[in-house]
Design a protein around this ligand. Structure first.
Ligand SMILES: NC(=O)c1ccc[n+]([C@@H]2O[C@H](COP(=O)([O-])OP(=O)(O)OC[C@H]3O[C@@H](n4cnc5c(N)ncnc54)[C@H](OP(=O)(O)O)[C@@H]3O)[C@@H](O)[C@H]2O)c1
Length: 236
């Protein structure tokens, strides 16, 4: 069983390191940082079309490009990205010969058991889950892994954006110190600081994720404005 991870970012390389399989990666077009992570995770450069399973783990805006790059693949293709169910269907159409498994990762890049879940859905999801049995990645099968990831991140990253926006409003009106005192009582200052750190490190990637969440809400006639605004916060 050979697994390909496209691409070994922070999450992909950690998932690859957790697997007890040969894991291949593709160097073309990738940065030296990705190459270093691939080496550290003992991954081997190779042809993903020869793998049995491809795990797509990349920024949400790149999910379709990654699928397009392996359009002829006929094994199991897992899209484990933060994209809406509708975008997931577009990705599926780009790998028409593959068995499509939708995925969603919740938790940090895994380094120990108990932190990170890989939710999976689709006809052959259990075959993918089996690959993670006994590893530090907790693979779980659900009805719609992509939708679960969207709903989860709607709160975590959406509420972080709201904290950032509310604090900026207080700063603009000269009442930030008073807000800090109120928020200290609510235990929100630690969350505000975490939101700031996360925004500067990953905000660029969360813009597309917020748009994907807005699309997910809109597809079910739910208000999409929260996360369109959150995308603006991360874009600023
Ligand atoms: N990191 C986390 O804490 C976390 C938690 C839960 C879920 N996830 C999910 O994991 C996925 C990846 O996150 P990450 O943290 O691993 O991101 P990352 O560290 O930024 O890595 C992204 C990987 O994708 C490659 N890439 C970037 N732009 C690309 C493009 N346009 N086309 C093809 N490949 C591209 C990067 O290669 P280069 O080096 O060449 O740019 C890198 O290898 C996301 O969908 C995210 O939702 C991450």
């Amino acid at each position: 069983m050979t697994i390909a991870v496209l691409h070994p970012g922070e999450m992909g390389s950690a998932v690859a390191a957790a697997l007890r399989h040969d894991v291949i990666w593709v160097a073309d077009g990738r940065s030296e940082t990705t190459a270093e992570r691939a080496r550290a995770a003992n991954m081997t450069p190779g042809d993903p079309l020869e793998a049995d399973v491809i795990l797509s783990i990349c920024p949400p805006h790149a999910a379709r490009d990654v699928a397009r790059s392996v359009g002829a693949f006929d094994g199991i293709y897992v899209d484990a990205n933060a994209i809406s169910p509708a975008r997931g269907a577009e990705v599926r159409a780009l790998v028409p010969n593959a068995a499509f498994v939708d995925g969603g990762i919740i938790g940090p890049p895994p380094t120990r058991a108990g932190t990170t879940r890989l939710y999976l859905s689709g006809e052959r999801a259990s075959e993918v889950a089996d690959r993670f049995a006994g590893t530090i990645v907790d693979a779980r099968i659900v009805a719609d892994a992509g939708a679960l990831k969207m709903a989860y991140a709607a709160w975590t990253k959406g509420s972080a954006a709201l904290l950032l926006a509310a604090h900026e409003a207080a700063e603009a009106y000269g009442v930030a110190d008073a807000l800090d005192a109120e928020w200290a009582d609510l235990g929100l200052l630690t969350r505000l600081e975490a939101a700031r750190v996360a925004k500067s490190a990953k905000g660029w990637r969360w813009i597309a994720e917020m748009e994907e969440i807005a699309d997910t809400f809109a597809a079910k006639d739910l208000p999409e404005g929260f996360h369109r605004a959150a995308a603006e916060v991360y874009r600023a």
